[in-house]
Ligand binder design. Structure first.
Ligand SMILES: C[S@@+](CC[C@H](N)C(=O)[O-])C[C@H]1O[C@@H](n2cnc3c(N)ncnc32)[C@H](O)[C@@H]1O
Length: 274
């Protein structure tokens, strides 16, 4: 996928991949972020799922299916690994990538808010970077719980963009721009709710592991498309137009002087269904 594709889509478009202007930009975003930020988090999620030989595993909102294939290897020939996603395009990409696998996985188009599986179907379920895009995130998490068997393990991994910190001398405009960016998602700050919701769903052994990810200047600009949040803040008159106009040039200068600093938190919460 070319560089140009990467810069053409806002990541809030993950709520409707099949209607996005450039779905291949979204596939590219997943490949880049998996490599840059999520390889260690993903490996840890498989540990928390306690995947054993012959287990049945489900990944909800599986995207390109790379994590489904990783789980497939861990559960061996006697196990099964299933990936579901709202997007037909993502499921086709996942099926394409699975063609060469020695152990094949199952991929289906499904909405996380209403899964077709019977209660207690899987030993281990995971949902990663999905709930922030889902209109009814809490009921999607309750679906994850419903399809997990008693004693089964669940892992949810979601960012909390409400925790973003960006070094910029204009603190007021920074606050506004980051809030507008967070609010461009259905649930940009869903990370903080995971353990709260697990508790209210009656889960036990709830463990919350925060991961801080470092965001570089290029990623803030091209991956997070921060320019669009700045423009929105200006258009909605949430911040002064001239301060919005100055915002990115100041960041670019800071990056040129190696003074750029930006972080966000990703929460990984694991639980056992009683
Ligand atoms: C940011 S991607 C994450 C993909 C994968 N879990 C990963 O971590 O690489 C979000 C995925 O959630 C899917 N998605 C969005 N809304 C969904 C819904 N209501 N039900 C199921 N999948 C959904 C998108 O199509 C997309 O593939």
């Amino acid at each position: 996928v070319q560089e140009a594709a990467f810069v053409s889509e806002e990541i809030s478009a993950f709520s409707q991949v099949d209607g996005a202007a450039s779905a291949c930009a979204l596939v590219d975003f997943l490949d880049r972020t998996a490599a840059a930020h999520f390889s260690e988090i993903n490996q840890r999620s498989f540990e928390y799922l306690r995947l054993r030989e012959s287990a049945s595993a489900l990944d909800i909102g599986c995207g390109t299916g790379d994590d489904v294939r990783m789980m497939r290897k861990r559960v061996g020939a006697g196990g099964s690994s299933t990936g579901v996603d709202l997007s037909r395009l993502m499921i086709d990409e996942a099926l394409q990538r699975d063609r060469e696998s020695a152990l094949r996985s199952c991929f289906l188009v499904e909405d996380a808010q209403g899964l077709s599986f019977p209660d207690n179907s899987f030993d281990a379920c995971r949902i990663s970077r999905v709930l922030l895009h889902v209109p009814d995130a809490e009921s999607a998490l309750s679906e994850v719980v419903r399809v997990t068997r008693p004693g089964g393990r669940i892992v949810a991994i979601e960012p909390d963009f409400g925790t973003m910190a960006l070094a910029h001398p204009d603190r007021e405009t920074t606050r506004t721009v980051l809030n507008v960016f967070c609010d461009s998602f259905a649930h940009g700050a869903v990370g903080r709710w995971l353990s709260v919701w697990f508790r209210s769903l009656g889960m036990k052994e709830i463990q919350c592991e925060p991961h801080v990810i470092s965001i570089d200047a290029a990623f803030l600009r091209h991956g997070f498309q921060i320019e669009k949040a700045i423009r929105r803040a200006s258009d909605l008159k949430l911040a002064a137009v001239e301060r919005c106009d100055d915002f990115l040039p100041v960041l670019d200068d800071m990056a040129a002087r190696e003074e750029f600093f930006c972080i966000a938190t990703v929460l990984m919460v694991s639980a056992t269904k009683p």
